[in-house]
Write a protein of this length. Structure first.
Length: 523
């Protein structure tokens, strides 16, 4: 089908269309990751902020992002985050930044089982975590997986610290320390839940009750204390395994960074800083090794980026900075995004375009997205937010129909040659036969494309709906790293450079990158 047009031409997508987001669908080994490399290379050279999510960890994708950053003179802006290589990775706190305190509880609770009877336990986990985070923020402590793990297992120290912090600032609690010291508790009259609690905590709660003092955070924490311990453990049983996974081994230091550890040269980044500095971030989540942790970190990153989009939309880039920040778009490339998406992804593609976010998502079939999100309506909601669609070879007919059903039918005209000959039996007629030749024109309405057209596409070719729903047939170049002098030979070479750069970054700061302007994203 590629030969129907005698002269090929370059196809461009206007940059203004990128904020309408793009989905790229194609089965394995059809050129999907190579297409990602082409788009990422252009985004980097235009000087945009670029974030590449690679759940499985494609070495070629990583090498391409690194090489293009180096080629564009922006290596100082490059950040490497990889759960599979924590010793080389930069560090990131998935729950350390938020616009609303409730966001942290949502990011944690979204990793709990949901639906049916599990939904009530998920909601209790949300309430419990939200109370802990509210206390931590009031005490000036930055939330992290490691801190939540510590307080979730033993919340009494945190509740004690918060109650004392609150009472010290409560006008109606003047002289509370002396009054609390004089309180005597009769253990025989205590509820079963309070009998297992420390005496100091019980006295403080009794004092607050006698004085009829109220604080919303203190009330939320006190309600947790009133649960009998064995019953409470059942309610939060799903929380502990999750926190254990993200706080075990080297990954704990990666996603719960110790900001006071001066002996760790690995930088700590956050998304607002990345946007203000025009960073380039490669995120490898090692989902084949540990899908639970990969999904948790990926979902939290999407939720964090959505929260940052709200700040950018309201205040613009450079909010809180001394110097003005040059406006940049944010290009997010999510390979195998069906491994990452959750409820956090929907508001990103739905509303973050106003903040300059341009999301390009890559997946093998749309059924993968529906299976991951667990709801057909939500999957269709996500699909409806991608204004541009690129379909390489697919093997799933329903996936192919996502693009074919959006195309109108065309009238196909066929020229039919007809001929006939008839013998004559009239002896007086010198003609022995009569013949007739005619051309008949027939027309019928047929689909412009059928699913079979997508199933039979060669590697590196695609059908695309772009630029206002215009249909294109694409043939893309497939990058070859064999003779590229900028690409590092192996991971060790990149690791040595990154370790050196971490020390340089700590000593000298971040350099500005080269900006190359362009009019469009070329295919």
């Amino acid at each position: 089908m590629h030969g129907v047009e005698p002269d090929e031409r370059e196809v461009y997508l206007p940059l203004a269309e990128r904020v309408g987001h793009m989905v790229v669908v194609g089965t394995t080994r059809t050129g999907k990751s190579r297409f990602l490399e082409l788009l990422v290379a252009q985004d980097i050279r235009r000087g945009e902020t670029v974030i590449v999510f690679d759940p499985k960890g494609d070495a070629d994708v990583f090498r391409r992002v690194y090489a293009e950053a180096k080629r564009a003179g922006r290596l100082a802006q490059f950040h490497f985050f990889h759960l599979g290589y924590p010793q080389y990775s930069a560090r990131y706190n998935p729950i350390g930044d938020f616009a609303r305190i409730t966001e942290v509880a949502t990011r944690i609770a979204n990793n709990m089982p949901s639906g049916g009877d599990a939904e009530s336990f998920k909601q209790f986990v949300w309430k419990y975590v939200n109370g802990l985070v509210r206390a931590m923020v009031a005490l000036g402590r930055k939330p992290s997986y490691r801190a939540l793990h510590r307080y979730a297992e033993n919340f009494e120290p945190l509740i004690l610290d918060y109650l004392m912090h609150w009472l010290d600032r409560e006008p109606q609690a003047a002289g509370w320390r002396a009054e609390v010291a004089g309180i005597e508790i009769d253990n025989t009259r205590l509820d079963k839940a309070l009998k297992s609690r420390g005496g100091e905590l019980v006295k403080l709660l009794d004092y607050v009750k006698r004085k009829q003092l109220y604080d919303s955070t203190a009330s939320a924490l006190a309600s947790v204390v009133t649960y009998e311990n064995s019953y409470f453990q059942k309610l939060v049983a799903s929380l502990y395994p999750f926190l254990e996974k993200v706080t075990t081994g080297e990954i704990a230091d990666l996603v719960s960074p110790d900001y006071e550890n001066l002996d760790d040269p690995r930088p700590v980044f956050d998304w607002m800083t990345i946007l203000n500095n025009g960073g380039i971030v490669y995120v490898g989540l090692d989902s084949l090794e540990d899908p639970a942790v990969a999904t948790a970190v990926g979902n939290a990153m999407f939720a964090d980026l959505t929260s940052v989009a709200g700040k950018v939309y309201k205040h613009g880039l450079g909010y809180g900075q001394v110097e003005a920040v040059r406006p940049r778009r944010l290009a997010i490339h999510a390979d195998e995004f069906n491994d990452l998406i959750g409820d956090e992804f929907i508001p990103m593609v739905n509303k973050a375009g106003g903040a300059g976010y341009q999301v390009t998502a890559y997946t093998q079939t749309w059924a993968d997205v529906e299976a991951r999100i667990g709801n057909r309506a939500k999957a269709e909601q996500i699909e409806g937010n991608f204004n541009s669609r690129v379909f390489l070879r697919v093997v799933n007919e329903k996936t192919a129909e996502i693009i074919t059903r959006k195309l109108h039918e065309v009238r196909l005209t066929t020229l039919i040659a007809a001929s006939s000959a008839t013998d004559t039996n009239d002896p007086s007629d010198f003609a022995e036969f009569a013949s007739r030749n005619e051309d008949r024109i027939a027309s019928e309405r047929v689909p412009m494309l059928t699913p079979a057209d997508l199933v039979n596409l060669p590697k590196g070719q695609a059908f695309a709906l772009i630029d206002g729903g215009q249909l294109y047939k694409l043939r893309m170049p497939l990058p070859d790293s064999a003779s590229d002098p900028t690409l590092p030979k192996d991971f060790a070479e990149m690791a040595r450079d990154m370790l050196q750069r971490y020390r340089t970054h700590q000593d000298h700061g971040t350099a500005s990158g080269l900006t190359v302007e362009g009019k469009g994203s070329g295919f």
